[in-house]
Ligand binder design. Structure first.
Ligand code: WTA
Length: 575
């Protein structure tokens, strides 16, 4: 049976790396082995802000560059000592507004140095950080701020109109980064607050289990859920920065993700800084030229991006890559969606680098299944579980299944960066662990005879479009808010560039007829109500949506119809 399986293998280059023997470390590593790296080892208390920034200012890294912020206008740099003071000022500014330990402080702004200092500052005073994508529209912003009962939000003049403060009684302060001139009710000027704030701060020392960050993410039902992580996540964020990002003292590390997504915090803020690395952030929009010139001009050595981005770069053509000097690159990684073998082969040719796939989720807080530099890569596989964790494929009863059997990708609960709660929703949290205590990811996969994991798809209806998780229910709810729409069913339709695109099936209310203008209006309705990435690219009008007798829209049937596949078991369909 096993002889039937042959794998393409891209061997390790054999160059020195931080995790030189995966097998040996997997067999022997215990989380306790690295406790001594952190302050709680001696004091019992800890703070991510301190461990990521301040700690390094007591070492040779004090004047090392912590942050390079680059955009079309050039670059600004900040040393660890400068980041310490910058974030201290932020922490003091939040305190002057009355923010206390455990309060929720949200950030809704473009990627600039302020968001990085602000997040660290909020953590230093024990607040819980809530990052939002700049692309969110009013409905998406309201859902999250009201569920979290946020007391402060940091934003800009351009974005503040999307914060419906009249419906957010808990929101006490809106800090405007560019707030000069007239301030309205509850608004505060960032500049005035920061100018008045001291550069020195009394850190709020917290327990490892103290809440740190709240990332909202989508599931197949209900509103987005607030996934809560604690300061103790640093253990795993630190060690995966070392093993998987393979960070070294002289690296320039670039993670292309926005802090609105967990990759942009766990690996755009915490992992690099816990390892004392120089962290490059690029503001502004994507273009192949901008990205390649960023690598060339700042001599990026470690680059973490996503399949969608690599596919876009690939479609921009080899010539584009060849016009730039990309020889500084030493290590390239990917996350968010399945990494196509074709992209890996192309990366070998054009970047002269293996692209290392990593699998994890908002809920896991840090890498779980990875390819490290010393491992052979099997294109199409996500790699193997990190030392200190166990991954398995289980059936619907929670039993482990043999190699090559498709099943639920599950993790043994209890890894350090595991989410600790779903905000306001303990029942949702419990659902993840209902199969014999395993954490069930919602992904289906199989394992090969050597312990490599192979992603096959989602078990539920969650759509992954360009690496962003979109819940079909959110889009359906938004569509039926429109007066023309009676019912809506939303699916992911496979797309070569974006992984999936969003396709909506709608039935119209009486008095409405299908016109190109109406379909465009529906797309705009989702775009302006939720976010551009959540808007359906295709809308098809149908008379009646397939439903179960209990009234649930059968997205599975819509999908099978779309793809021309057999419709499967229809015994529960309405009629
Ligand atoms: C998908 C991302 C295939 C998967 C940090 C997962 C992947 C969901 C990979 C989590 C990968 C992530 N290969 N699929 N390497 N990485 N996914 O929470 O379906 O936005 O469950 O976090 O993305 O998405 P999330």
């Amino acid at each position: 049976m096993q002889e039937m399986h042959t794998h393409e293998i891209i061997p390790s280059t054999g160059k020195p790396s931080n995790l030189s023997s995966y097998e040996q470390t997997y067999a022997t590593f215990r989380w306790e082995d690295i406790h001594a790296e952190f302050s709680w080892h001696t004091t019992g208390k800890v703070n991510m802000g301190y461990e990521a920034i301040d700690k390094h200012t007591t070492t040779h890294r004090r004047d090392k560059t912590a942050l390079i912020y680059a955009d079309d206008g050039g670059a600004q740099t900040f040393t660890f000592e400068e980041m310490r003071k910058f974030s201290n000022r932020f922490g003091n500014a939040f305190r002057s507004l009355g923010v206390q330990k455990g309060d929720r402080v949200f950030f809704f702004m473009p990627r600039t140095p302020e968001i990085y200092a602000g997040v660290i500052g909020a953590l230093k005073i024990g607040a819980i950080v809530g990052p939002l994508f700049e692309a969110f529209m009013e409905g998406a912003v309201e859902d999250r701020l009201s569920d979290a009962e946020a007391s402060v939000i940091v934003t800009t003049n351009a974005l503040k109109s999307r914060i419906p403060k009249e419906r957010l009684p808990h929101l006490k302060h809106i800090v405007l980064i560019d707030g000069e001139g007239e301030l309205e009710d509850r608004e505060a000027s960032y500049k005035a607050l920061i100018d008045a704030a001291s550069e020195e701060l009394d850190i709020e020392w917290v327990d490892l289990e103290h809440p740190m960050i709240l990332h909202y993410t989508s599931g197949s039902t209900g509103k987005p859920k607030g996934v809560l992580h604690v300061h103790g996540a640093m253990l795993q964020q630190y060690i995966t920065g070392h093993w998987v990002l393979d960070l070294r003292e002289d690296d320039v590390y670039w993670c292309t993700a926005d802090p609105g997504w967990v990759t942009g915090t766990s690996y755009g803020i915490f992992a690099p800084w816990l390892n004392g690395a120089t962290n490059l952030i690029r503001g502004g929009r994507y273009s192949a030229d901008r990205w390649y010139s960023t690598i060339q001009d700042y001599k990026v050595t470690v680059w973490y991006s996503a399949p969608t981005a690599f596919r876009m770069l690939m479609s921009a053509g080899d010539d584009d890559a060849e016009r730039y000097d990309l020889t500084s690159l030493r290590h390239v990684l990917s996350v968010g969606e399945p990494l196509n073998p074709e992209v890996i082969r192309w990366g070998m040719k054009v970047y002269k680098q293996r692209i290392h796939d990593t699998w994890w989720m908002t809920e896991t807080g840090a890498h779980m299944i990875v390819n490290v530099p010393s491992m052979d890569i099997r294109p199409g596989s996500m790699g193997k579980p990190i030392p200190g964790t166990k991954a398995a494929i289980i059936d619907d009863e929670g039993n482990e299944v043999p190699p090559y059997t498709l099943g639920n990708l599950a993790l043994q609960a209890g890894w350090p960066s595991m989410m600790r709660r779903i905000w306001n929703n303990p029942a949702k949290y419990e659902e993840y662990f209902k199969l014999k205590g395993w954490y069930v990811s919602g992904d289906s996969a199989y394992m090969d005879e050597d312990g490599y994991f192979w992603f096959q798809g989602r078990v539920d209806d969650v759509i992954n479009t360009s690496g962003e998780r979109v819940g079909p229910f959110e889009v359906e709810s938004k569509l039926v808010e429109h007066p023309a729409v009676a019912e809506a069913g939303v699916i992911g339709k496979p797309d070569p560039l974006r992984g999936s695109i969003i396709k909506a099936f709608v039935s119209l209310r009486e008095d409405y007829v299908e016109t190109p203008e109406l379909l465009e209006e529906l797309k705009q309705h989702v775009k302006t109500g939720l976010a551009a990435h959540a808007a359906p690219r295709e809308i098809e009008v149908i008379d009646k949506l397939p439903k179960t007798r209990s009234g649930k829209i059968m997205r599975r049937v819509l999908k099978a119809k779309e793809l021309g596949l057999p419709l499967g078991d229809l015994s529960t369909i309405e009629d």
